[in-house]
Ligand binder design. Structure first.
Ligand code: ZN
Length: 64
């Protein structure tokens, strides 16, 4: 039982798993726009913008 355990590499995109992403609040135009920007940023591989959008989705200036 001494053979080394090998892991097949999963197709994980993000190196870090943090909190679950915030969902846009229904009816909030700011949330909807941020979600759109986040989707586009993710499609383009721009993880920095995705992260920024998540921060704003959690607490953007307009509030709810
Ligand atoms: Zn909102």
């Amino acid at each position: 039982m001494s053979e080394p355990r090998t892991y097949s590499s999963d197709p994980v995109v993000l190196p870090l798993r943090l909190d679950p992403e915030p969902a846009p609040v229904p009816g909030c135009a700011v949330c909807r726009e941020l979600a759109n920007v986040r989707d586009r940023a993710r499609a383009g591989g721009d993880v920095t913008t995705v992260s920024d959008c998540n921060v704003y989705l959690r607490r953007h200036p307009a509030g709810h």
